[in-house]
Design a protein around this ligand. Structure first.
Ligand code: PAF
Length: 275
């Protein structure tokens, strides 16, 4: 990968990286399309990164279908697919980790300790292997994107991080490789998450300025559906991922939800730009 990227750089090519864990869906393909549009060469990576899964999480059972992914990427005219093995990335004796403090500790960080440490470590390794000019991430993992932006800023990576909008199924369910875990019944229940986010959007568009009031109203929606176990609802400013006391015009906020439907943990969010 180093020799490929060195020769591309010598030719003055702009490299776009779309890092993924595979089992690609329209969300991933939207990142690929953006990279193809902005960059001369697009590299997709597929690596199910063990260091970002907790001991009781779904690393072993995470869905994988490299042949299908390969075919999809070829159809999109992706230039390179980088699929290292876990042993190549973390050979025995591996001991270096990249950790972003503060912003990694809340929300996802509270429920998935060490998750972001695994993410920033692998993203850092991928950046070093591929040397991209641009890297594309999905807004569905809004906190991940914020953590990566913080890392890029702090460690002075010369990489333009682009965050692309959430892609949803026809009925509003945010696309995720983990949606395959949902039974038809659970999938219907999972729609409550987007419903609650749209309700929050409506309240804020109706000039509700108290995040607490918005969150309380969202909780009422979830109370109707006892089989959904909420991990958190939060409203943060889109830049520093900090909770706020007041929603103000001229600012951008994420409304965040994480919930478990059956054994599947889902996250979703809505980006609000207040005029
Ligand atoms: O969002 C993902 O799929 C992963 O967290 C990433 C960024 C590919 C790192 O493993």
């Amino acid at each position: 990968m180093h020799s490929v990227s060195h020769s591309l750089k010598r030719m003055g090519k702009k490299i776009g990286l779309v890092p993924t864990m595979g089992y690609l869906h329209e969300g991933h393909l939207s990142l690929i399309k953006k990279s193809l549009e902005l960059c001369d060469v697009t590299v997709a990576s597929i690596f199910v990164n063990p260091s970002q899964f907790g001991p009781s999480e779904d690393y072993e059972k995470y869905p994988r279908d490299i042949e299908r992914d390969n075919k999809l990427l070829k159809e999109q005219n992706v230039d390179y697919l980088f699929t290292p093995s876990a042993d190549e990335i973390y050979p025995s004796g591996y001991q270096t980790y990249v950790e972003v403090n503060e912003i990694s500790k809340k929300f996802e960080g509270e429920f998935r300790p060490n998750h972001f440490k695994g993410v920033t470590t692998i993203v850092s390794i991928l950046f070093n292997c591929i040397q991209p000019d641009y890297a594309f991430f999905g807004q569905k993992d809004a906190q991940q994107a914020a953590v990566i932006k913080q890392m890029v800023n702090d460690l002075k990576y010369d990489i333009d991080i682009r965050v692309c909008p959430i892609i949803r199924e026809y009925d509003g369910l945010a696309m995720s490789s983990r949606n395959v875990y949902l039974s038809p019944e659970e999938r219907t229940k999972a729609l409550f998450i987007h419903k609650a986010l749209l309700y929050a959007r409506k309240l804020i568009e109706g000039k509700e300025t108290s995040p607490q009031t918005v969150v309380d109203n969202m909780r009422v929606i979830f109370n109707e559906e006892k089989s959904i176990k909420l991990d958190y609802i939060g409203i943060v400013n889109a830049y520093g991922f900090r909770e706020v006391d007041l929603l103000e015009d001229g600012n951008e906020y994420y409304i965040l939800v994480a919930a478990r439907v059956g054994n599947t943990r889902l996250i979703d969010n809505e980006l609000m730009r207040l005029q």
